[in-house]
Structures are given as C-alpha cells and as structure tokens.
Design a protein around this ligand. Sequence first.
Ligand code: ACO
Length: 333
Amino acid sequence: MSSKKLRASITGVHGYVPDYILSNSELETLVDTTDEWIMTRTGIKERRILKGDLQGTSVLGIKCVKGLLEKTNTDPKDIDLIICATVTPDMFFPSTSNLIADKVGASNSYGFDISAACSGFIYALSTGSQFIEAGTHKKVIVVGADKMSSIIDYEDRKNCVLFGDGGGAVLLEPSSDDTGIQDYLLKSDGSGSDMLCLKAGGSLRPASKDTIKNKEHYIYQEGSSVFKFAVTNMADISEEIMKKNNLKADDIAYLVPHQANKRIIDATANRMGVGPDKVLLNIERYGNTTAGTIPLCLWDFEKKFKKGDNLILAAFGGGFTWGSLYLKWSYNN
Ligand code: ACO
C-alpha cells in the first residue's frame, strides 16, 4: 500500500509595515541622490521605517503573528513552532522567535531564528515544511522580518536608498489535498561573503571604538558585483525548479520574487518566460525589507490567489544565499 506524501500548506498570511514613510524626496534631503536615479536603478519610490526607542524586529514579527492568529482563528497555544528569518534580530540571543512567541502567547511552542539574509524566508519556509511533512508538528509559523534601518548609514547613498523595515508571517499546516509546498532548491556560496555583509559586531570584530568610527556596524555592499551574481543566480534557480517539476511558463500563476531591485526581478521573469502580469511587485512601496519581502508580497497579493495556483518564490541575498520554492496555493479568499 503506498502512503501519500504529507505536504505543508500555507493556510494564512499576514504582513506588517510601520507607518512612517521614507520617500525618495526625503532621501534627496539626506544624501546626494535623486528620485529619478533611485527609480531607474531600483524601482523603489518609498520605504517604511520603524521609529521610536526600543523597537526591534520582534515588534514587526509580533504584529505579523498576532494578525495571522486572529485572521486564521488560531489559538496561540496550538502553535508548535515559530521560525523567524531575520538578519536584524533584536539581540544575538535570545532568538527573535522566542521574543515573538512570548508576546503572542504561544506558550506551547519553541522556536529559532534563521540567518540567510534576503533568502531567509525561503530557507525558513522550506525548513518549517519539513516539520509538517515529518508528521511531528501540526501548526508551524514562519516569520520573515527585518528592521533594516537599524543597520543602515543614512549618509551612505549607495545603500540607504535600497532598504526598508517590514515583515510577514505564514501559518503552515498539513495539507488535506495535493496543494502546498511541492519542492524547493537552496544554495549558498560563502566565497561571496565579503561583498555583502555587516563587518563588525560579531565575534570576528566585536564592537569597539574603531569599528564604530569606521562605520562597520552598517551594511556593506559592493552593489554592482552583487547585482551580477543576483541576476544570474536568481534567474538560474527559478528556471531550474521549473525544469525539475516539468513546469512551463503557462503553468505558472505568479512569480513571487525577492524585492531587491526591479531589474533583477525582470531578468528572472524573462528567463522563466513569464510576462509582467504574473510578476508580483511591491518594491516601489516598501523597498528591500530583506527576509520580509516575500511574505509581504504574499500578503499584499493574497486576494489574487486561487486554490491550486502554481507559485514560484525566488530570492538572492547576502552570504551569498539563493533559493527557489514551488508551491500550490491552498485556499480561495
Ligand atoms: N544616487 C545617485 N547616485 C548613486 C547612488 C544614489 N543613491 N548610489 C550610487 N550612485 C552612483 C555611484 O556612486 C556610481 O557613481 P560613479 O560611477 O561616479 O562611481 C553610479 O551611481 C553607479 O553606481 P553602481 O553601484 O554601479 O550602480 P548600479 O547600477 O549597480 O546600481 C544597485 C546600484 C542598485 C545597488 C545595484 O547594484 C543593485 O541592485 N545591486 C544588487 C543588490 C542586491 O540584490 N543585493 C542582494 C540582496 S540585499 C541582502 O541580502 C541584505
């Protein structure tokens, strides 16, 4: 007797962005840039910033998870596991997932954080799905959230225009049919680590007067080199997952890409052969929220999805890390 594979379905999604809007015109007053440069090079018009003292990434995660529990009518005590993808944890330890679990009342859950930069949500979603597929967990929450403004130098025009704060969360449950997460591909290449990183604050270069003076607690990125890797690898891995699953462009309902740069997204869509009507974009409003972009996109466009729709999620980020995930959407709105 053959037993059917247990799949993990996304049964709800919720996102959160802070109220404060940092527009391109405000950035023009902070650094030597223009709305025209930012729009043509990146496609970003504005981003959200979490203001106020003692407001860490967990604040974003808590809003996402509370909204998700309410929306899906889920008792927080029924949550088995919370995984949080982030590169801006509130602290090195405890994990941000722990802080979120405490504040949302998920007292029977445990959790951990995943650090894979902009690919963090795909890494975390594929990890979370394993616990469902194993049959050991019934309700897993996967959060992707980043407070990028906490590691941005607002005097560095190359980076401050790119990033924003925000996040999203999904609930994973065992699928009752053949919808849900079908397949994923994850890759990394540590030889690219120097091109996109946070140089100091870790055990290699603990915080010191010099690291602060040298601005090493802010994001460092060799933009044009990273761009080349991002274009090639995000396109390659999206094409690879289609081939592996015998998917043609017509079979894809939507591409849900990491929102780092509109030009990287266009190159990926071109390689997949999918037209602009199938590419979900919100980079214009939120910029790059790192682990937050993909769940924010799912939340923004949730109403468009129909049960059975084939979605391809794809990302590239610091590490380098990259990945793609193929899922069949599990519910109608
Ligand atoms: N306004 C005006 N001019 C600017 C700005 C700005 N905000 N920023 C840079 N410039 C200038 C540069 O100084 C440079 O001038 P120069 O030629 O006189 O030196 C010129 O514009 C071109 O700079 P480039 O860096 O070559 O510009 P590029 O077209 O590559 O665009 C960008 C820069 C948008 C950063 C692009 O390289 C990119 O998107 N890179 C990939 C980002 C990415 O995907 N990262 C991975 C995810 S992030 C994560 O994992 C945390």
